[in-house]
Ligand binder design. Sequence first.
Ligand code: KG4
Ligand code: ZN
Length: 338
Amino acid sequence: MKQYILGIESSCDETSVAVYDYTDNKLLSNIVSSQISTHTKYGGVMPEIASRLHIEKINYVIKEALYEANLTFNDLSAIAVTSGPGLIGALHVGLQAAKTLALALDIPLLSVHHLVGHIYANSFEQELKFPCLAVVVSGGHTELVYMKEEYSFEIIGTTQDDAIGESYDKVARVMGLGYPGGPKIDKASKDGSPTYSLPKPHTEGKYNVSYSGLKTAVINLIHNKEQKGEEIRVNDMCASFQARAVGMIVEKVVAAIDEYDVKQVIVAGGVAANSYLRKEIKEKLNAKNPDIEVGLPPLWCCGDNAAMIAKASAYLFKNKMYASLDLGVNPNWSIEEL
Ligand code: KG4
Ligand code: ZN
């Protein structure tokens, strides 16, 4: 009999449910109900509003995912859910729905780390090859994760302050580009050149990055120009910020492959959709060592979604690593604590 996993993701501002055919390794549905239009009014994600919207949407999204997969509840073999890291109230909604389904259907519950989901999103494009270096770049995290083997995670570098996606969002906000800022800066940069001079932040540790100083430098430069009544070339400012933001992480990845003998480098998280990062990381790594494969997640699977959660749960399902029904959320769960 075929086995199907239903995945649920609600860690931030997308309510998402997917159905994954575990037997044939095929995604059957991936419904994403985004709250972005609501949060845009506030210039960022409002946690309390996010939880309420998840509550309103979750049951419909579950129904739709099953409908699109042409399955019923009784066809399911396991429920996978993001139990952290993320917004506490938002995570609770997905987890409670998952626990209720696992209890009622008497099938296993699988607890998935959100960033592991982002990493395994790559395997919709190509299988992961170990040892592997995962470049995790999202709105909440920026980490270089060394994976010696399947489901083993060692953080070898991290941000000392803001996450890269967070800095994109903050810089875009100052420039009045709206939320989320990443795609807006990505687009504007295409019509600009990195002509503004921005500082290169100092970091401790070989593979750490820092984004707060860069963000402050952009804000100060903009205020300075405004005070002098000088015009700000928005596209050039975006391109200058992006060149530094992406340049910094790519430089660390290039350095890390000297020390870590990896077969593959993969990019994961919302910022993996960034066109400049996708181009730069391929070019710089190929120039340094053409034997290392560079993997990028498909664009549809870069932002938060449940397909990546269901996909990442396959390893847990295979190894019968089931969660207990008293599972709670873990908003600050580190990927090293699996
Ligand atoms: O992974 P994700 O959807 O949510 C978290 O887990 O945080 O990442 C969202 C982040 C936001 O900061 C958003 O601005 C950024 O990813 N992002 C981008 C692009 N698309 C989304 N950043 C840069 N360029 C993009 N094209
Ligand atoms: Zn995410």
